[in-house]
Write a protein that binds this ligand. Structure first.
Ligand code: SOE
Length: 398
């Protein structure tokens, strides 16, 4: 339990899947971690009065509003948490930073590089006034992923040669699944590429400490037209069977690319919503001159580690259970050996955000880090458009 009196009053915009995940984390974080400030779930915002009132009650927020500008302009809000579709990230974040609020924004940072650049510039200006900002790439905070980064940083893998990353889902395999906002370019920016590809781009760069310098890509939209949704929330949606009008899918269903990392490694990436049977399967393997390490989200409490420096007679992949108090984030949870889940990555995200804001340091990933991911997404899209020709990733500073 926190012993501090300092309160960070949070206003969150959005209440669907990510809104619920973030709410869980805000509700839990100070009960688990002893931090220099306490988060208060002050205000939640959504457009539909009945739905946002229900969300406030269900998710544990003190009050609700239907106007995000009201949330941003209130003196009794310190932090703005953006959990809306990508088309409103830039507008809300820019207004919040201008109003002096600390900002946590869901990934991908924006729908376009231009928006991401504007947000990064605004974050730089705001920083001078002590205002902090962070992008919510939650998988960085899975303890096994954080540990993977430590293994690489400690030199246990030697020189990194290969990175192999896949993020596979199957929730739109059915051609009758409706045209939800995640399938519309003007709302989401891109499809599997930005929604789940962004995670593996961020995660692999975070773990290796290397950045993607160039890519060659293919993307595909397998189902080009879908029924318009009658109802949708989070990843669930319904259409009026057989009678619904249809609309054009304007994003990729899958993106596959090879990449060079600036530290010399070669990498492959696959992001798909058409991997039948794969529900939320994120896997990363890294091969170095001294060893290899594998993370699989479906077994998120574990790492597979191959240590090539061990005697030949003892070599082989070994399973490390990342459930000990000495492992990142774990000492505050359960006794040794007791596993954690998906939602804990968000609790860890809020833990780090609160600590950074309360101690006046910049949280990571910064908007600039997230802009760099956006630049990779842009390079992938450009390469795919040009028949897989090599596309360099533009620098974050212009
Ligand atoms: C949908 O593909 C989604 O909810 C993503 O938007 C999230 O970022 C990911 O964590 C799970 O899948």
């Amino acid at each position: 339990m926190s012993t501090t009196d300092r309160e960070l009053r949070v206003g969150m915009v959005g209440y669907a899947f990510m809104g619920a995940a973030h709410s869980q984390a805000w509700r839990t974080v100070n009960r688990v971690y002893d931090l220099p400030a306490r988060a208060r779930m002050a205000l939640i915002c959504g457009r539909d009065t009945a739905k946002v009132a229900d969300a406030a009650d269900r998710l544990g927020w003190d009050a609700y509003t239907t106007d995000w500008r009201d949330l941003i302009n209130r003196d009794d809000i310190d932090v703005v948490d953006i959990c809306t579709p990508g088309d409103s990230h830039a507008e809300i974040a820019l207004a919040a930073l201008a109003a002096g609020k600390h900002v946590l924004c869901e990934k991908p940072l924006a729908n376009t590089v231009e928006e991401a650049r504007a947000m990064t510039a605004a974050a730089d200006v705001a920083r001078a006034a002590g205002v902090r900002s962070m992008c919510g790439f939650n998988y960085r905070r899975v303890p096994a992923v954080t540990m993977m980064r430590q293994l690489v940083a400690d030199g246990r893998l030697g020189v990194i040669r290969h990175v192999r990353a896949t993020y596979l889902q199957d929730w739109i395999v059915d051609p009758q699944f409706p045209l939800v906002w995640r399938l519309q370019k003007d709302r989401a920016g891109s499809g599997a590429l930005g929604d789940i590809g962004a995670h593996i781009i961020d995660l692999t760069q975070f773990v290796t400490g290397q950045r993607i310098s160039g890519v060659s890509a293919v993307t595909e939209t397998f189902v080009k037209e879908r029924p318009l949704p009658a109802e949708s929330s989070g990843l669930a949606a319904t259409a009026d069977g057989g009678t619904a009008p249809t609309g054009q899918v304007t994003v990729d269903d899958a993106a596959v690319f090879v990449a060079r990392l600036d530290g010399g490694a070669l990498a492959t990436y696959e992001a798909s919503r058409f991997a039948t049977g794969r529900k939320n399967a994120l896997r990363v393997e890294i091969n170095g001159s001294l060893g290899s390490v594998v993370f699989d989200l479906e077994r998120l409490n574990e790492l597979e580690f191959y240590d090539a420096t061990r005697p030949t007679t003892e070599q082989g992949f070994s399973r490390i259970l990342v459930t000990e108090g000495e492992h990142p984030y774990m000492s505050a949870w359960w006794p040794p050996g007791h596993i954690i889940g998906y939602e804990h990555s968000f609790t860890h995200e809020m833990r780090d955000f609160i600590e950074a804001v309360a101690t006046d340091v910049d949280p990571t990933p910064s908007f600039s880090d997230a802009l760099q991911v956006q630049l990779v997404l842009d390079a992938v899209a450009r390469s795919a458009e040009l028949g897989s020709s090599w596309a360099e990733v533009a620098p974050t500073l212009t």
